[in-house]
Write a protein that binds this ligand. Structure first.
Ligand code: ATP
Length: 438
């Protein structure tokens, strides 16, 4: 018999309280998840059950399951000791345990190489000692765990152990809001506690085509914007990074401006149009900021900022604690975009020697918005053009090492780029004139 969840009504809207019905989503789970994932959930749930810990699929996993969207990360939460559970899993099935005791979280890396790494999290309560601070975390019940979350659609759980498999816990009417396509906060202080939720609300609304509940939207006000202005650059930048992982970031940037969020965090950028990135060329994937940003995120940052002046970019970079690589890519892209009209009649060698000094990502970003053919020629061909002659050849010809080496090799490269030589023999003849010229 599914447990009925009873809660004390401490919430701010009279119509906001949902008494749980006996909804069982076992069939939805069985029909939506592939068999390997289901099998993994059962293995974990069996172990959890043996330890007497009820275990649930929560948050984004439940939301995406109900929206019939692919589940990318398994969010599993248990009312019990996550570290004990992972220890038991490792003992029975092998693999590795990593513990994060402060956060009541343990990670299980199963033995098989194609299994995903799983975070198992003990249900917790979070208390914000001051607006915008990071919360103090203590172990608590599922109910508290759901109430610490951002939006009703992210505050549901489905129990997955034993005979309880499939029971839905939805004390805050998430399912009903999903049906109404509404993003709704759980209490009026939500954006004061954590104003990064403003960014999250816009992301979910845009991603799913939902609306932000008008009462929740009113909470984006002077109070929450003030708290937002106190957040660290890293925390704020992370929210933009997440926006740049979504398919259409422009709309969200525009909304952030309309809600005066950009102004409140001292971003003076006034353009929001980014080209749609249906197909960012994978050939340029190497331009991501290592260990920090994906290629798409890096590119979006540069595309957004390159419409601004260098001093505006530097302000943003300082406020949002940019890595140097990203600042440089944006600054050079901005400069290249501005100087483009004056480069129109350049020879390939002029383009190449100029673009060689810039980060390739800047060149690629400016190409995406300008479609300047010379930029794509540079990226695909010109930058790789080298003369056949090497420094060793010059040495073998008896030329004393020095700056002349570089000049000669540069001259030969320019000749290839500009079509003045096209064969080994022509290069040899040109080299002979250069060497005797000196
Ligand atoms: P996404 O598809 O964007 O990854 P997600 O729901 O899986 O969505 P996560 O950032 O992985 O998002 O967070 C997992 C869950 O943790 C959320 O569904 C939400 O319940 C909760 N959560 C995350 N960030 C916050 C926050 N800032 N405040 C409150 N709850 C949060």
């Amino acid at each position: 018999m599914p447990r009925l969840y009873t809660i004390t009504p401490q919430i701010w809207r009279d119509d906001f309280l949902c008494y749980n019905t006996n909804v069982n989503l076992a069939d939805l789970l069985k029909n939506s998840l592939d068999s390997a994932l289901l099998d993994l959930i059962h293995r974990i749930a069996d172990e959890s059950s043996a330890l007497g810990f009820p275990i649930y699929l929560v948050g984004g996993s439940v939301r995406d399951l109900m929206l019939a969207r692919p589940i990318l990360d398994l969010d599993l939460t248990l009312e019990g000791d996550a570290i004990k559970l992972v220890r038991a899993l490792v003992k029975k099935h092998g693999g590795e345990l990593t513990t994060h005791e402060k956060f009541f979280t343990a990670t299980w890396t199963p033995q098989s190489s194609n299994s995903q790494i799983l975070d198992l999290i003990s249900t917790r309560r979070e208390i914000y000692s001051a607006p915008g601070s990071l919360p103090t975390v203590t172990k608590s019940t599922l109910d508290d765990d759901l109430r610490r979350r951002d939006f009703t659609i992210n505050a549901m759980a489905i129990r997955v152990d034993g005979e309880h498999f499939g029971e839905l816990y939805d004390p805050l009417c998430g399912q009903s809001d999903l049906e109404k396509k509404l993003i709704r906060v759980l209490h009026p202080k939500s954006f004061l506690d954590d104003p990064t939720r403003i960014f999250r609300a816009l992301r979910y609304a845009e991603r799913y085509g939902f609306t932000i509940d008008p009462e929740s939207l009113k909470l984006v006000n002077d109070g929450s914007r003030k708290v937002l202005s106190t957040l660290s650059g890293e925390r704020l930048r992370h929210e933009f990074d997440l926006i740049f992982e979504e398919p259409n970031p422009s709309t969200m940037l525009k909304q952030l401006a309309e809600l005066d969020v950009l102004k409140s965090i001292r971003l003076r950028i006034t353009s929001y149009e980014l080209p749609l990135l249906d197909d960012p060329s994978p050939a340029f994937g190497e331009f991501a900021v290592p260990d920090m940003l994906s290629f798409q995120q890096t590119l979006c940052w540069v595309l957004w900022l390159m419409n601004s002046s260098v001093s505006e970019i530097e302000d943003v970079a300082e406020r949002l604690a940019f890595p140097v690589l990203l600042t440089n890519a944006a600054v050079f892209a901005s400069a290249l975009k501005q100087e483009l009209p004056s480069c129109k009649n350049w020879k390939p060698s002029q383009w190449t020697f100029h673009l060689d000094e810039l980060p390739s990502l800047s060149v690629y970003a400016v190409y995406l918005v300008s479609k300047e053919n010379a930029l794509s020629e540079y990226l695909s061909k010109w930058q790789h053009v080298k003369p056949l002659t090497t420094g060793d050849d010059l040495k073998a010809r008896g030329l004393a090492p020095g700056p002349r080496y570089g000049e000669i090799l540069r001259h030969l490269r320019a000749a290839w780029l500009d079509g003045e030589v096209g064969t080994e023999e022509e290069e040899r003849q040109l080299l002979a004139t250069l060497v005797t010229d000196r």
